[in-house]
Design a protein around this ligand. Structure first.
Ligand SMILES: Nc1nc2c(c(=O)[nH]1)N[C@H]1C(S)=C(S)[C@@H](COP(=O)(O)O)O[C@H]1N2
Ligand SMILES: [Mo]
Length: 352
């Protein structure tokens, strides 16, 4: 049975922990309930020896110590982070990767130095097109094999990297980052799936060519047509998604008694415009009430009251739409591979 206030272990080594259902009870997720996604063992870092090297296509190569970063002007951004594999157990076919249910997601207030401030300090050369963020953690990937030990690394195109909301974060919910979440410094790329927010940053490499590393080709990529041809592209901004967190599958509800259907919804770089709920398997939809003010990058909690009239099975669904009209499919898009799982998930209840 799931314990209310503890992370659920999905994998022991490396440690991968899912948030319990109670994560959706509060807008901000406390550190000890925030899911943890690791590809390798936690690196051993001590803050006095730690350096952030910034090199590549720059005017001045630089190394920052922790204290220097703390002295640069900081910014705070509230953002929901969702693992691109969240909801994997709801795919019609079992697929590889950590078997997450719905709790590889959380919301926090992140504080740090905007990446663009550090980039301005070093000066970008003309040929710069991508910023590669590399973590201190490393290991061997097995399926398919990596060429020996590799570090966790992901790149950002300049267009995103220069957005002032992209942070080199050293605080989470007002406190020093914990080791599991990337101490001393991690990237926070709001609106993008979690894989972009590289933890335990040790190097920023400014590249003049597109990066094709393991975690944006073999992993965390999806098919997209480029000039009509299916091409594998790195995953980036998050899709629109609503989850019903209560009632849960197979629960029993009573006729004539108010049932509170509730959940959360988010929309990547955009904000949630509306959430609709159906209690008849998708034939009719009614608006849900948003319980948090919608804001960019962040989830909103929502609820919808329903008084079941007749007994029997009922299928509940929730569907969110963002400001630009993006919504959710009813089936998982094949081109998303085993990532970006955001199709409408029916919840079956019994009315008695
Ligand atoms: N260095 C490093 N950064 C990383 C990862 C990792 O394994 N190593 N995992 C990524 C993935 S896939 C996700 S979803 C987020 C999770 O962040 P959290 O563990 O703080 O929740 O971290 C990202 N950053
Ligand atoms: Mo992830």
């Amino acid at each position: 049975m799931e314990e209310k206030n503890r992370l659920i272990e999905r994998q022991r080594e490396p440690e991968n922990l899912e948030s319990p259902h109670s994560v959706f009870d509060s807008f901000l997720t406390p550190d000890d309930l925030f899911y943890v996604r690791n590809h390798f063992a936690l690196p051993e870092l001590d803050v006095t020896g730690w350096r952030l090297r910034v090199e590549g296509a720059v005017t001045r190569v630089r190394e920052f110590v922790y204290g220097e970063l703390m002295e640069l002007p900081s910014r705070t951004v509230v953002a929901t982070l969702e693992c691109a594999g969240n909801g994997r157990t709801f795919l019609p076919q079992k697929s590889k990767g950590v078997q997450w249910e719905m709790g590889a997601v959380g919301t926090a207030e992140w504080t740090g130095v905007p990446l663009h401030t550090v980039l301005a300090e070093v000066g970008l050369e003309e040929e710069a097109i991508e910023i590669i963020l590399e973590g201190a953690d490393s290991g061997i990937e097995e399926d398919p094999q990596s060429p020996g030990r590799i570090h966790y690394a992901r790149s950002l195109p300049l267009s995103k990297a220069l957005n002032s909301d992209v942070l080199l974060a050293y605080r989470m919910n007002g406190r020093e980052l914990s080791r599991a979440h990337g101490f001393p410094v991690r990237a926070l790329v709001p609106g993008w799936y979690g894989m972009a927010s590289v933890k335990w940053l040790q190097q920023i490499f400014i590249s003049g060519v597109p990066f094709a590393g393991y975690f944006q080709t073999i992993e965390y990529s999806r098919w997209k047509a480029v000039d009509g041809r299916p091409s594998l592209l790195p995953l980036s901004g998050g899709e629109v998604k609503a989850l019903i967190t209560k009632p849960q599958d197979d629960e029993t509800v009573k006729t004539g008694v108010n049932c509170r259907i509730c959940g959360a919804a988010w929309a990547g770089e955009s904000e949630v415009a509306k959430v609709e709920v159906s209690v008849d398997g998708g034939e009719h939809w009614r608006p849900a009430q948003l319980l948090d003010p919608p804001r960019r990058y962040c989830w909103v909690r929502w609820e919808c009251l329903w008084t079941p009239a007749q007994s029997g099975p009922a299928t509940l669904m929730a569907r969110a739409t963002d400001e630009s009209g993006r919504s959710q499919p009813f089936k998982h898009p094949k081109e998303n591979r085993h990532y970006a799982i955001h199709h409408v998930l029916p919840v079956s209840v019994r009315v008695e």
